[in-house]
Design a protein around this ligand. Structure first.
Ligand code: SF4
Length: 129
């Protein structure tokens, strides 16, 4: 990643879209809450995974045109990543799976500490990309 992109991440992430699997499981909720926190901090803008799955053209065009996509899944099923790939959206993806951080699906209690851990990992990946 160029230095210019890194600088944009640090001050304004408007060119970065976030997609979270946002399903029903605890790790989905963690993915969703951490994504919202990243958006609240101005590092990126939340998008709408169902808009991709439902072929809503505006969402697909936005995802294809974004400088980066931060994709957060709750578990190894990687629903969000697969939904994007199914539509041919493969480029500039930064991907994170909550269970890869040691959190167990179905056994992780939501807490500020858990969300903070995921947010920190997301920020680290954004800076590294
Ligand atoms: S990625 Fe895993 S946790 Fe997220 S919606 Fe899919 S099955 Fe559920």
């Amino acid at each position: 990643m160029t230095e210019e992109k890194k600088q944009k991440c640090a001050c304004s992430g408007s060119a970065t879209l976030i997609f979270s699997c946002s399903g029903a499981a605890d790790t989905c909720e963690i993915a969703d809450r951490a994504s919202r926190e990243i958006a609240r901090r101005g590092c990126a803008v939340m998008s709408y995974l169902a808009g991709i799955s439902e072929n809503i053209s505006g969402f697909i065009v936005s995802a294809r045109g974004a400088e980066r996509l931060l994709v957060v899944d709750g578990c190894k099923m990687n629903c969000a990543l697969n939904a994007l790939k199914e539509k041919g959206i493969n480029d500039n993806i930064i991907h994170l799976t909550v269970t890869d951080l040691g959190f167990v699906k179905g056994k992780t209690k939501l807490s500020e500490t858990v969300i903070k851990t995921v947010v920190c990992e997301m920020q680290k990946k954004l800076v590294e990309f």
